[in-house]
Design a protein around this ligand. Structure first.
Ligand code: GDP
Ligand code: MG
Length: 449
């Protein structure tokens, strides 16, 4: 998908080539083209308007970095805003309820609800072994219940049988009762869709919602629907307290409008993307990656990244992941960070910006470089266990490490102090999530915005 949009945006960059800097006039021209590109991709008009206004505001205040052209600069801004438009960060499923955690699926007929019921089993199990029960409240199409039975079988989930002559509400209540009594962790409730939004369907799903009190009410929407997807999303969002959106058929040739509009219109995160008919055809929706895919300009984006002094995003992600998983920032991470800084060049200026590295600053680059090497050497002389748990390093270990790396014990002490301060910083940043951390890292590096 997104091919047209990507091409269009590529053209914007080309047109800006050769221009020395971003001016009022060339921003204006470029934004007009971005606007057309978005409209052609079927992005809803109010969304386009907001988007353009934001990009404009950012671009106006932006100096062009020396190593970037205005076009690249603008793409950087567009990339950031696309990411923000789609929700910034991936949004995980919630299980925060007394078991069973009920997931209610809502959406039009053919959107992919039943298929998604099965697809969700994998991401649910990622959170630990969970006992899943599935039930269909789609009593209108004879094959619908059987379809879910098959899906449940493939997904290795339990299936609660229902029949076309039952009332959806009765089915839901019975399934919930069954799930409670059989200690299921999760109950996934499939519902009937209609071809179009109609009052009866909305009434029914509202009643189901009231009876089930679901922890997740997922709106499933077909990305190929373009503008219609937006209208449907609005209708469902008005009727139900949706907790998230599943965008299906992103593997098709949709133009991308739904992906770009639905978050903005509903204010609800896109949690998953459907990318195929099979049960494995699902992925967690990552706004940042999606924005990169849309822009389809790996080269330009990486150039921008480089210009931002090559903070290794993946490394940073890994660290954040670590912090989140409670494993903490250890000496291996510290070493990785130092190697990162080595890569970034401007060594001495970076060294003195290392938290608590006042002592490290010796004025000239060669000194700084030597220090870095020494730190690495000291860390290398530690055992893996010591790196993970620096608190183990008491006097005798310190002597061993100092001897092993050819330094004095006081050098080891100094390193451990510096590490402790870095760890404190990482902890406080970790709480604010990645964006805060990236901002924090940027603050440490001259020339970054
Ligand atoms: P429901 O009416 O909302 O329950 O929709 P279904 O789950 O029955 O799906 C309708 C059709 O869309 C089926 O043929 C599915 O195989 C197909 N489908 C669902 N999700 C995806 C997806 O992510 N990609 C593709 N290519 N097809 C999908
Ligand atoms: Mg169905």
């Amino acid at each position: 998908m997104f091919d047209n949009l990507s091409q269009r945006l590529g053209q914007v960059v080309k047109n800006l080539r050769g221009q020395g800097r971003l001016t009022e006039a060339n921003i204006q021209d470029a934004l007009r083209e971005v606007r057309v590109a978005l409209l052609e991709a079927d992005v809803a008009l109010p969304v386009v308007r907001d988007f353009i206004a934001k990009v404009k505001e950012k671009a106006a205040g932006q100096e062009v970095m020396q190593s970037l052209t205005p076009g690249q600069m603008l793409i950087g801004i567009v990339h950031g805003e696309l990411t923000a438009l789609m929700g910034d960060q991936a949004a995980p499923l919630s299980f925060a309820s007394q078991p069973p955690a009920v997931f209610l699926m809502a959406g039009l007929q053919g959107a992919g609800k039943t298929t998604t019921c099965g697809k969700l089993a994998a991401p649910i199990r990622e959170r630990g072994k969970k006992k899943i029960l599935m039930v269909s409240c789609d009593v209108y199409r004879p094959a619908a219940i059987e379809q879910l039975r098959t899906v449940a079988g493939q997904a290795e989930a339990d299936f609660f049988p229902s029949a076309p002559d039952q009332k959806p509400l009765d089915i839901a209540r019975a399934a919930l009762d069954h799930a409670k009594r059989h200690f299921h962790d999760v109950l996934i409730v499939d519902t009937a869709g209609r071809l179009h939004v109609d009052a009866a369907m909305m009434q029914e799903i509202k009643e189901l919602h009231a009876a089930l009190n679901p922890v997740e009410t997922l709106f499933v929407v077909d990305a190929m629907q373009g503008q219609d997807a937006v209208n449907t999303a609005k209708a469902f969002n008005d009727a139900l307290p949706l907790t998230g959106v599943v965008l299906t058929k992103l593997d098709g040739d949709a133009r991308g409008g739904a992906a770009l509009s639905v978050r903005h219109i509903t204010g609800k995160p896109i949690k998953f993307a459907g990318i195929g008919e099979k049960l494995s055809g699902i992925e967690v929706f990552h706004p940042e990656r999606m924005a990169s895919r849309i822009l389809g300009m790996g080269d330009v984006l990486s150039l921008i990244e480089e210009a931002r002094k090559s903070v290794d995003h993946a490394e940073a992600m890994k660290t954040v992941q670590k912090l989140k998983s409670g494993k903490g920032f250890d000496l291996d991470d510290f070493k990785a960070q130092i190697q990162q800084m080595k890569k970034m060049g401007g060594l001495s200026s970076l060294v003195d910006k290392l938290p608590g590295a006042g002592q490290l600053q010796s004025g000239d680059l060669a000194q700084g470089e030597k220090q870095m090497q020494r730190i690495e050497g000291i860390i290398n002389a530690m055992t893996p266990q010591e790196r993970r748990k620096p608190e183990l390093i008491k006097a005798s270990r310190k002597r061993r490490i100092a001897t092993g790396s050819g330094v004095q014990v006081q050098d080891v002490n100094r390193l451990l102090n510096q590490f402790e301060q870095a760890q404190k910083m990482m902890k406080s940043l970790g709480k604010g999530g990645l964006s805060k951390m990236m901002r924090g890292m940027k603050g440490m590096m001259p020339g970054m915005r």
